[in-house]
Design a protein around this ligand. Structure first.
Ligand code: SAH
Ligand code: SF4
Length: 386
């Protein structure tokens, strides 16, 4: 295989039952306008009507057309017959002793994904999924052991943000109001850059100033290193970038992050060097999971700073979060501190990510949906949705 080969992730895109009607959530504005034109809204009203609906869905959190009182009754009835506003369904919601909330969500086809909200004192980060499971098989990640994979649609990605706002009671806030849901990370289940188009459409909606209005600087996309798609994400999405780096030699990274066999450390770092930044203060985050005796030596730390030389970067050290049957152990706090000091002394911020929600298996890399735990076969699932 060479890097010129097309990306052909082994995604089992389960043919979902045709929804009775298209979902307005997740539609880019242009599509929304086309949908309105198709149900007979006059051309001169399209901008205004699309704007009103956008407000209802993304500012006020409307869950039915009845609520959209700025639209005439006839338009509401027409929309209700032809379209839906549908969020994923919350199956379970667990709250950790540290306040972290983990949600198991069901999406079309009966698949399940997890979403995590991590509160701080007066703000918080929503960690959303981009795929059911993941086709990649990073050896330290629970999601990577899940066989079933399907890409989430834009509606299912944006729908996670809407559900979190429902649960936090954060609708209809004024611009400038403090919100608990202040940051968004694409660090849940899945490789976002194996689903770039849908992730892009969803993030455009999340960033739209007339709607959810999250600034591009408060959205971080984490990738294991899908090199050609990193370039595209920079051009087409424009949010912050995090790279799951995790090792300082190809030999070790091949084992931890197998996509390294396709795009190795040099190729990945070259892409990071050319990553477009809109301001000088922007940094690429390099995530580095601390695995005892595997990637946590002083030599690793020195190699790491040498490798990223010249890249505006910060290093996020992630203490390994164990899961049942995981083949690794977390590095000791002293080791993590020593490693962090070397990185820090070289001039890079090296915050240690505090594990959150461990008691409910909500921490980084622990997500794995219940769907897989029952080990349905692909054939079984295909039969069910037929
Ligand atoms: N697929 C994307 C985003 C999801 S994972 C990616 O790999 O970047 C988000 C972060 O959690 C990644 O850096 C990932 O490597 C890390 N991670 C995975 N399993 C982990 C575990 N068991 N403990 C700590 N971090 C883990
Ligand atoms: Fe997939 Fe990311 Fe887990 Fe690797 S770390 S298996 S890319 S979710």
């Amino acid at each position: 295989m060479t890097s010129a080969d097309p990306i052909t992730p082994d995604v089992l895109t389960v043919p979902r039952k045709e929804a009775a009607a298209p979902n307005l959530i997740g539609m880019p504005r242009t599509e929304l306008k086309a949908a309105l034109a198709a149900i007979g809204i006059p051309e001169r009203q399209l901008n205004m009507r699309a704007g009103q609906i956008w407000q209802w869905i993304y500012v006020k959190g409307a869950t039915s057309f009845d609520q959209m009182t700025t639209l005439g009754k006839d338009i509401r009835a027409n929309l209700a017959q032809t379209h839906v506003i549908e969020r994923p369904v919350v199956v379970t919601r667990q709250v950790s002793t540290d306040g972290t909330r983990k949600y198991l969500l069901r999406i079309a086809g009966g698949h399940e994904v997890e979403m995590v909200f991590i509160p701080e004192t007066d703000r918080g980060t929503l960690c959303i999924s981009s795929q059911v499971g993941c086709t990649l098989t990073c050896s330290f990640c629970h999601t990577g052991t899940q066989k079933l994979v399907r890409n989430l649609t834009p509606a299912e990605i944006v729908g996670q943000i809407l559900l979190a706002r429902d649960d936090l009671g954060e609708w209809d806030t004024m611009p400038g109001d403090k919100r608990m849901l202040s940051n968004l990370v694409l660090m849940g289940m899945g490789e976002p850059l194996y689903n770039t188009d849908n992730v892009r459409d969803a993030m455009k909606i999340a960033m739209d100033g007339d709607g959810i209005a999250l600034s591009r600087r408060r959205i971080t996309l984490s990738t294991s290193g899908v090199v050609p798609e990193i370039v595209r994400a920079g051009e087409e999405i424009g949010c912050m970038l995090a790279i799951s780096f995790h090792a300082t030699t190809d030999e070790v990274r091949d084992k931890l992050v197998p996509i390294n066999k396709r795009w190795n450390i040099d190729t990945l770092l070259e892409t990071c060097r050319n990553w477009p930044r809109l301001s000088n203060s922007e940094r690429i985050t390099f995530e580095y999971v601390m695995l005892k005796g595997i990637n946590d030596s002083d030599e690793d730390a020195y190699r790491l700073v040498k490798l990223i030389e010249g890249i505006p970067a910060k290093i996020n050290l992630i203490p390994f979060n164990p899961w049942p049957g995981a083949p690794y152990e977390r590095s000791s706090n002293n080791r993590i501190r020593a490693f962090g000091d070397i990185v820090n002394n070289a001039g890079y911020a090296s915050p240690v990510r505090a594990p959150r929600g461990e008691d409910i298996m909500a921490a980084c890399g622990q997500l794995k949906s219940a769907t897989e735990r029952t080990r349905k076969s692909r054939a079984q699932i295909a039969a069910e949705i037929r």
